[in-house]
Design a binder for this molecule. Structure first.
Ligand code: NAI
Ligand code: ENO
Length: 308
């Protein structure tokens, strides 16, 4: 049973593609239209039937749509919103999937008429792949989608939550500032650390030839996967979630310096205490059934993330 008669996806990459596959799996949309800036992406999307109708402009894709999802890099949200604003149907819902929320709200809201419901969202699910061929229907299964509804119409918010649940996700509401801080801790800063670590290893490789890759263990391989993520998307994340990322990076470097000092001075007790504390955190996550990659995930819900 469709939740929206017509859904328009602007941007046809990993997230929009996965949404299209998952919408079809559950029959959530009567018709799915799509648009991407690059002609090559549009051609690929048409060739593989990613959406029902690929359009030549964002405005054409949005005409008559009941739900419009902006699935472009965060830095492109403002231009897209300005382009589609004149054609939006009365009572339509405009949402997005951007990894940062405060900056997207500031970029998009000024362009939208008061006759539409703007409900920002962020699915906490992804991979290091991008583009129209990278999506898959299961991406959102048992993952979280955070909605940032502000004072949007409750019926429209509940409809969008039902839509995301139909895509397989669990939904949670948050305010934008809290979202950006939580994501700076759990996603943005870890990505920056992975990018840095792989960069360091790459510098080292020039000295030690191929040893870094040859002997890399699982932890470093995970870093290389994360550091293969789309450069445009992640550039925009750091430029737009600047304050929260710098706040967390500041704390990170303080702790790193303390650990560095403990290594230099041979302070084994400090290292042991620190690693004991972090091990307890991981065990707590698993015992609470909150490891989304564990096979038993889904039995319990992750409690609202907290950052002190
Ligand atoms: N990749 C991930 O793991 C996740 C990404 N996100 C967010 O989802 C959004 C989309 O990311 P992905 O699907 O991964 O990216 P992607 O690179 O796979 O797809 C982006 C699409 O946007 C199009 N595009 C770029 N600029 C445009 C413009 N000005 N007008 C129209 N189309 C434009 C590109 O042609 C491409 O089709 C980003 O805001 C990102 O922060 C959210 C959760 C996870
Ligand atoms: O691939 C990974 O490990 C991710 O962390 C995916 C991801 C990337 C960006 C988001 O905003 C949400 C999820």
């Amino acid at each position: 049973m469709p939740i929206y008669d017509r859904v328009a996806l602007i941007g046809l990459g990993l997230i929009a593609g996965s949404m299209s596959h998952a919408m079809r799996r559950a029959g959530l949309a009567g018709e799915i239209t799509g648009y991407a800036r690059s002609a090559e992406t549009r051609a690929t999307a048409a060739e593989i039937g990613l959406v029902d109708r690929v359009c030549d402009s964002a405005a054409a894709a949005c005409e008559g749509a009941d739900l419009i999802v902006l699935a472009v890099p965060v830095g492109a949200m403002s231009d897209v919103a300005a382009e589609i604003a004149p054609v939006l149907k009365l009572g339509a819902t405009v949402s997005d999937v951007g990894s940062v929320k405060k900056a997207v709200i500031e970029a998009v809201s000024p362009h939208l008429p008061e006759t539409v419901h703007f409900i920002p969202a962020h699915p906490l699910a992804g991979t290091e792949h991008s583009g129209p061929r990278s999506g898959f229907a299961e991406l959102f299964d048992n993952r979280w989608c955070i909605l940032v509804p502000g004072d949007a119409d409750r019926a429209a918010v509940e409809r969008l939550e039902a839509f995301w649940q139909g895509l397989g996700a669990n939904t949670e509401e948050m305010d934008a500032e809290h979202h950006d801080l939580v994501l700076a801790v759990t996603s943005h800063t870890p990505h920056l650390i992975a990018y840095t670590m792989v960069g360091v290893a790459d510098d080292l490789r020039r000295v030690t030839d191929s040893e870094v890759i040859k002997y890399s263990a699982a932890g470093f391989r995970d870093f290389t996967r994360i550091a293969a993520s789309d450069p445009t998307m992640w550039r925009d994340v750091f430029l737009t979630n600047k304050d929260a990322t710098l706040e967390i990076l500041g704390r990170f470097t303080e702790e790193l310096f303390a650990l560095q000092r403990a290594i230099r001075t041979g302070d084994g007790a400090h290292l042991h205490d620190y690693f004991t504390r972090t091990r307890a955190i991981r065990r707590g996550i698993i015992e609470a059934g909150q490891d989304t990659d564990a096979p038993d995930f889904g039995r319990s819900k992750i409690s609202k993330a907290r950052v002190e």
